[in-house]
Design a protein around this ligand. Structure first.
Ligand code: NDP
Ligand code: 8X3
Length: 250
């Protein structure tokens, strides 16, 4: 029987690449994000390969998030795979000059939004005693870099929550994984630097991970046999050794 996956942050970057990868393998998809037009065009592009439903909501809005997931039509209600991917960094500032709105955004979206979606979907999984939750963390969840303070804090929280989920959901046979990439060339830096030219330099002078590289690892994790859980993956591009060490051409 075909599986159904819900992917948050499917309008761009890693989430969109994962939608393409899953569609190739015939997984039914619930694609989430705020930008409905993008959801529509991804749905159009992939609907020859699999069945797709889209949900447009802002993860910061708890009621709308829960309502959107509760509104799923019957054929999409059984969610086998949850990819908690939506999130971003907002700003890159020392703690003493950081912006409160940026801090709110990162904690509300990367941490609380992930929790709201999980809260809506976990009961179906515990009832069926099956399911797979993959949280997209980051190398920033494993180490802290200068000016990364709150973003790193949000991703450390994602990792702790992932481990907590794995403990609590263990009696139900639910797999819980964290996939933690380093630098990936997506719209991430445009968002972090709010369209500033600084974003242009982030992926210059080396070959960063591409969204498709991460999507392939996510699919690898979901396609293991029932007794295998890929619990935690740290992946870098070859040029990257840590958050602060990247071997650039010049
Ligand atoms: P993108 O900016 O390309 O994608 C972010 C996605 O998150 C978009 O689809 C966006 O959809 C969604 N999103 C953001 N805010 C909200 C919100 N308030 N409500 C609902 N959806 C939201 O970045 P990436 O693909 O790179 O990022 C995906 C994940 O990967 C994030 O969790 C990020 O922290 C993580 N990551 C990224 C790395 C990188 O270097 N790029 C490295 C390590 C981890 P929309 O705007 O339509 O709502
Ligand atoms: C994204 C990677 O190094 O920009 O999580 O924080 S980094």
């Amino acid at each position: 029987m075909k599986k159904t996956a819900l992917i948050t942050g499917a309008t761009s970057g890693i989430g969109r690449a994962t939608a393409h990868e899953f569609a190739k393998h015939g997984i039914n998809l619930i694609l989430c994000g705020r930008r409905q037009q993008r959801l529509d065009s991804i749905q159009k592009a992939l609907s020859r390969e699999t069945d797709i439903h889209t949900l447009s909501f802002d993860l910061r809005d708890r009621e709308k998030t829960l309502k959107a997931i509760a509104s799923l039509p019957k054929e999409f209600q059984q969610i086998d795979i949850l990819i908690n991917n939506a999130g971003n960094a907002h700003g890159l500032d020392p703690i003493q000059t950081g912006n409160l709105d940026d801090w709110d955004a990162m904690m509300d979206i990367n941490v609380k939004g992930l929790l709201y979606v999980s809260k809506a979907i976990i009961p179906g999984m515990t009832e069926r005693k099956s399911g797979h939750i993959i949280n997209i963390g980051s190398s920033a969840g494993k180490e802290v870099y200068p000016k990364g303070n709150v973003y790193c804090g949000s991703k450390h929280a994602v990792l702790a929550i992932t481990e907590g989920m794995r403990l609590d959901l263990n009696p139900f046979g639910i797999k819980v994984s964290a996939i933690n990439p380093g630098l990936v060339e997506t719209e991430f830096s445009e968002v972090r630097f709010k369209g500033d030219a600084a974003a242009d330099n982030v992926y210059k002078g080396y070959k960063a991970l591409q969204a498709e590289d991460v999507a392939e690892v996510i699919y690898f994790a979901v396609s293991r046999p029932a007794h295998v859980n890929i619990a935690d993956v740290l992946m870098f591009c070859t040029a990257q050794a840590s958050s602060t060490i990247v071997n650039k051409f010049n």
